[in-house]
Design a binder for this molecule. Structure first.
Ligand code: OSB
Ligand code: MG
Length: 370
């Protein structure tokens, strides 16, 4: 297929409720929707960086800049036989993985649509449905988080993740265990808020039968995480520290984690995400699909990826109503049973994009023809 046209739209959508992590509070999604056009069909991608560089170094502005000046020029007009070519074409560009993923995922969607197959099928995914978990933000009080845990358990989520930060950790986990018992699949995510000086706190978390502790130490570290993992019974899971297949291999070799969170944006697209999945499978490391407060397009890419067999742990792949009053895809993503989402069978991402509401949400637009 020849990429005839690429369009960018920046959209801003308010979250139903603010979401707080150890690095800050977010109240809206500000992202770039990429559409790639060929032969009357449209493939969609959605950027996952935030407005400010506190999760990683990218922002919505840097994504737009990279797409406009480097990524679209490299892809528009190109004859693409297989979407795996795109990460190769863009490989000379250093980092900027979320910008690359925004366009790469759009080409994957277009390719699947051109071939009349689902994106999951195009990736080699076999699962028809996936079990899902939910990520719950920091609140002003422990009781408010406990109430959110209760609400999401009632909705059937199969795994509860709570965000922690120094001073909002042990008592929170203790309160959740006390209220809901030892059997609730529970984990914590620190988003790099601790250092090895805090090892006593992290060791205390070892007493609560957590599924894992996600990214406790620095965003760019795999050395100290290995040291920490040796001290803990609870598996360490890496998120921020893994950007490439080589990072994943090094982390496994060093023993920096026993579980890996794969985010399509963080690793530069679906092709790399699948490679990391395959490596982890060979090396006996379980993986799960992370989330970045995605709208429906990003969410559907995550669902398709999660259909691969080594996504053995329910990911942060929640239903549309977790964050949005109304999603930009039609129908919105809903559970088919408590805690279970269907992997769409329709071509590509499998749901329609509500072009009209997208247009209303658009704050900036750019079109490039071959
Ligand atoms: O439901 C989601 O999209 C996952 C939310 C989440 O945990 C998260 C949200 C924003 C930034 C980082 C993270 C994370 O996984 O670390
Ligand atoms: Mg995380």
């Amino acid at each position: 297929m020849k990429i005839e046209k690429i369009e960018l739209r920046q959209v801003q959508v308010p979250l139903k409720a603010p979401f707080e992590t150890s690095f800050g509070r977010m109240d809206k999604k500000d992202c770039v929707i990429v559409s790639v056009h060929s032969d009357g069909m449209i493939g969609y991608g959605e950027s996952v960086a935030f407005s400010a560089p506190f999760y990683n170094e990218e922002t919505t502005e840097t994504i737009w800049y990279m797409l406009e000046h480097y990524l679209i020029p490299a892809v528009v007009g190109r004859e693409v036989t297989n979407p795996e070519e795109i990460s190769g074409v863009l490989a000379p560009i250093r980092r900027n993985h979320m910008a690359i993923a925004a366009i790469e995922t759009a080409v994957w969607d277009l390719y699947a649509k051109q071939n009349g197959i689902s994106l999951a099928h195009a990736l080699g995914g076999k699962k028809q449905e996936i079990e899902v978990g939910v990520s719950i933000g920091i609140e002003p009080t422990i009781e408010l988080v406990v109430q959110n845990v209760e609400r999401f358990l009632e909705q059937g989520y199969k795994r509860i993740k709570v965000k922690i930060k120094p001073g909002f950790d042990i008592h929170l986990v203790e309160a959740i265990r006390k209220r809901f018992g030892e059997d609730v699949p529970l984990m914590v995510d620190a988003n790099s808020a601790y250092t090895l000086q805090d090892v006593h706190i992290l060791k205390e978390l070892d007493n609560y039968n957590l599924m894992m502790i996600e990214q406790p130490l620095a965003h760019d570290d795999i050395i100290e995480h290995a040291e920490l993992q040796r001290e803990l019974r609870t598996p360490v899971c890496l998120d921020e520290s893994i950007h490439t297949l080589a990072d994943a291999r090094h982390a496994i070799d060093l023993g920096s984690c026993r579980i890996m969170n794969i985010k399509i944006g963080r690793v530069g697209g679906l092709t790399n995400a699948r490679k990391i999945h395959d490596l982890c499978m060979q090396r006996g490391i379980s993986v799960w699909c992370g989330g970045m407060l995605e709208l429906g397009i990003g969410r559907l890419h995550n669902i398709a990826l999660s259909s691969l067999s080594n996504f053995a742990i329910p990911g942060d792949v929640s239903a549309s109503k977790r964050f949005w009053e109304q999603d930009i895809v039609d129908p919105g993503i809903e559970m088919i049973r408590p805690g279970v989402l269907a992997v769409p069978n329709n071509a590509g991402i499998g749901h329609e994009v509500r072009e009209q509401s997208l247009e209303q949400l658009t704050t900036r637009k750019l079109t490039r023809h071959a």
